[in-house]
Ligand binder design. Structure first.
Ligand SMILES: Nc1ncnc2c1ncn2[C@@H]1O[C@H](COP(=O)(O)OP(=O)(O)OP(=O)(O)O)[C@@H](O)[C@H]1O
Ligand SMILES: [Mg+2]
Length: 297
């Protein structure tokens, strides 16, 4: 299968300071890829390199096999791009702006533009200068999606959107993926990445810390589990299981915090007569915070 985005030792230095160092990424087609990292990690730098708006200091990037420097225009033709600081001519109305951009791209499906504007609840008759920050962001999202590009590259797309519109936007992202498109999006909001992304990468100080499927991250995440026993819970035995971080009991119930696989825990608990198991959603945030702050698992 063709790879949507590939980078090889992609590096960007501003003067001598490295903002991105030896990035090797391979994003398959037809996935939502979440790109995370603390402020200044190099997310926007990566995105601008992918969009062909910056020249790498070393290494290379490809969109659907087209090098973003040597075959820049071809590569750009396949992307929809939302910059982190989306700004347009203040004098145009939303409608005029979208028509203008649509014409530059050789015409777009008007009914799809109408559909996007409706989904995101954007009044296109207002001059851009008179739009709130969130409403301007909606315009940015529409121009990125409206020509149905193969690869969407979005820098903090939900910044400034209210929760209802955020949810609608995530719906658009899933639909794009289900139609075979690839969505690369940077974000600070872990919940939304967890809800929409198939894979995530975490960047720190310009270096890739981890690339992993959300499924695998979840398997490794910390979760709370309650086990209800027939009699008093064997707390000491449960606490001795390596994956168990915390164990306490109330009545016949053991309340546990478990990291990673539950297999060892269940093997220890089962002989004591487990009547009931209640698992709570894993907490990915802890994993992310650890990567963010230490770069380690
Ligand atoms: N035009 C520039 N000139 C000099 N340094 C820059 C320039 N743009 C970015 N940098 C530096 O490169 C590093 C990476 O910045 P970048 O904007 O890519 O981070 P980011 O991950 O997008 O952060 P944020 O979450 O705050 O948006 C930072 O140290 C930043 O100061
Ligand atoms: Mg940024």
């Amino acid at each position: 299968m063709e790879t949507a985005i590939r980078t090889r030792r992609l590096t960007k230095r501003y003067r001598t300071r490295p903002a991105l160092q030896d990035l090797d990424l391979e994003v398959p087609r037809n996935v939502v890829f979440g790109y995370l990292g603390p402020n200044g990690a190099g997310k926007t730098t990566t995105i601008r390199l992918l969009a062909g708006l910056l020249r790498p200091s070393a290494g290379s990037a490809e969109i659907l096999g087209r090098d973003t420097v040597r075959r820049r225009e071809e590569a750009q033709r396949h992307i929809g791009y939302l910059p982190g600081d989306f700004a347009v001519y203040r004098d145009l109305t939303g409608e005029q702006y979208l028509r203008f951009i649509g014409n530059l791209r050789g015409g777009v499906d008007r009914s799809f533009v109408d559909h996007l504007a409706k989904r995101l609840d954007l009044d296109r008759s207002v001059r851009v200068g008179g739009l709130s920050h969130g409403n301007r962001q909606k315009l940015g999202i529409i121009q990125a999606f409206m020509h149905r590009p193969d690869v969407l590259i979005l820098d903090e797309p939900t910044a400034g959107l209210d929760p209802l519109i955020q949810r609608e936007f995530l719906g658009l992202v899933r639909e794009a993926r289900d139609e075979g498109r690839t969505v690369f999006l940077s974000s600070h909001i872990l919940d939304e990445v967890e809800a929409v992304a198939d894979m995530v990468a975490i960047l720190r100080h310009g270096r890739l810390v981890v690339v992993e499927s959300v499924e695998n991250l979840k398997a490794r995440a910390v979760r709370r589990i309650d086990l209800v026993f027939e009699g008093p819970p064997p707390v000491a035995a449960l606490r001795a299981v390596p994956a168990v971080r915390e164990a306490r009991s109330t009545g016949h119930t053991a309340h546990l915090v478990v990291e990673g696989s539950m297999a060892g825990l269940l093997a220890v608990a089962a002989p004591h007569g487990v009547e009931h198991v209640v698992t709570h959603e894993p907490n990915l945030e802890e994993i992310f915070v650890r990567y963010y702050t230490t770069g380690k698992v």
